[in-house]
Design a protein around this ligand. Structure first.
Ligand code: 2M8
Length: 439
């Protein structure tokens, strides 16, 4: 018991602060990433949020995921945003009248009564559902949670492994930088350079009403994001009509493999046959190693599917395969060395792992996904380091992330050297993942 005259301990600051953030951002059926900057439901945010929420309320965590899954399209895709009809159109750009999912996406099976975006985000959902179940397996079993979500998660997985295998190489491609979750990563600069930006006056950004321009993507980036999204919309969100941007991203594919493993766990728990998932997880791992592993860099690299070339940029996405169960130990050991080396600085120059190469030409410790440290990336790496027995690295991330979450006011991202808060505050996945690290 803490006495009133003693400073609160780190665990109680994390617990109470995270609970406050997650309650404040709860809408009654899901959690917004931020009340100001992101006032709708985001796909991979909800996965990370559910992972933390399970420690407060497994039932609310189930609800978070099932609200998202209720907006799934008939082709299996889980849209990256589910719009709240009560939020004014001007609160976020691109708004529902830009995506027009219920009409433009009708041939791809977009829901009629919920407005969503038409692109996707990294597949964290099956691991999240499994972790939510394990928080209280008996209650989850009584509620039939896994039975309900399994078919939907399976359809989502097959959308990615089949409709999105654009390179025909057994990996999923993203067709828009937003699909990576790491929107303005320097990895997207070369493939984006080919895209003619939408005219500057043809759209109105809403993010700069709440975010500092130096922390956010540039107007030129936005022009290209808009052009790509419009094009996809105008082809009915069809994946067989050609894509000017198609990239195999190691982060997305690492989560795809983790999802196949989690689907195997879920299948076994509900009495279905997990063997197909095990086989597919092995096939995906083989493809990831064959296509994206760079032994020279000790890192996984993105592959530009349109040009058939590697993107020679070091991003934290290239470290995320550390979470893959069954990654060969020599590859895992090389990733750990890269994490500790000059490019990412873990245990040396940085407090938390940066999103991009510290020595890279585009490194900027303040600008969004071009350098700052993000809590979801650090949480995934903490899990990966622990999985591969690098316990000192995992413990270092855990302790620093907990301190930084509290000190930054649960910031969206932080300066990797100083831990100084960047982006919005009271950010949901920062709170949720801090709670999970505490457990
Ligand atoms: C950021 O992306 C959105 C577009 O999806 C934006 O900048 O408006 C990214 O950090 C993404 O990873 C995240 O899911 C989203 C909401 O937190 O914000």
């Amino acid at each position: 018991m803490e006495r009133a005259d003693q400073p609160a301990s780190l665990p109680s600051l994390v617990y109470n602060g995270a609970r406050r953030v997650l309650s404040g951002n709860w809408t009654g059926s899901s959690t917004v990433p931020s009340r100001t900057l992101y006032p709708h439901q985001w796909s991979w945010d909800s996965g990370f949020i559910a992972i933390g929420l399970r420690h407060l309320s497994p039932t609310r965590a189930q609800r978070e995921l099932e609200t998202l899954l209720a907006a799934q399209w008939a082709d299996g895709r889980i849209p990256h945003i589910v719009f709240n009809p009560e939020v004014p159109l001007t609160a976020y750009f691109p708004s529902p009248d830009f995506w027009r999912s219920s009409t433009a996406g009708d041939k791809s099976g977009a829901p009629e009564h919920i407005e969503t975006s038409g692109i996707v985000q990294p597949p964290i959902h099956a691991p999240a559902a499994w972790l939510v179940h394990t928080a209280d397996p008996e209650a989850s079993g009584r509620a039939g949670f896994l039975h309900r979500v399994y078919p939907r998660l399976l359809a989502w997985q097959r959308y990615l492994t089949e409709c999105r295998d654009l390179g025909g190489r057994g990996l999923a491609s993203i067709v828009h930088p937003w699909e990576s979750g790491m929107d303005n990563s320097p990895c997207w600069d070369p493939p984006l350079a080919r895209i003619e930006p939408a005219a500057a006056g043809s759209f109105q950004r809403a993010d700069l009403d709440h975010g500092c321009p130096a922390d956010r993507p540039t107007d030129l980036d936005y022009g290209r994001y808009v052009r790509l999204a419009e094009r996809y919309r105008d082809q009915g969100y069809a994946d067989d009509a050609g894509h000017p941007f198609a990239v195999e991203d190691p982060g997305v594919n690492a989560l795809l493999i983790a999802s196949e493993h989690a689907l195997g766990d879920i299948a076994a728990a509900i009495g279905a046959d997990p063997s197909d998932h095990q086989v597919r997880a092995e096939e995906l791992t083989t493809a990831l190693l064959k296509r994206l592993w760079s032994p020279e860099e000790g890192l996984f690299l993105c592959q530009d599917v349109i040009t058939g070339t590697q993107v020679r940029e070091r991003s934290a996405a290239g470290l995320l395969p550390l979470i893959v169960p069954g990654l060969p130990e020599d590859v895992a050991a090389a990733l750990v060395r890269t994490l500790r080396g000059t490019h990412f600085g873990l245990g040396g120059t940085t407090r938390l792992v940066p999103s991009y190469d510290l020595t890279g030409h585009a490194f900027d410790p303040a600008r969004y996904w071009r350098g700052p440290a993000w809590f979801n990336v650090n949480w995934l790496l903490e899990r990966g380091l622990r999985r591969h027995g690098a316990l000192d690295g995992a413990d270092a991330i855990r302790t620093t992330a907990l301190k930084a979450a509290v000190a930054s006011g649960f910031a969206e991202y932080v300066d990797p050297f100083t831990g100084e808060a960047r982006g919005t505050r009271d950010f949901s996945w920062t709170a949720a993942l801090a709670l999970d690290l505490l457990a």
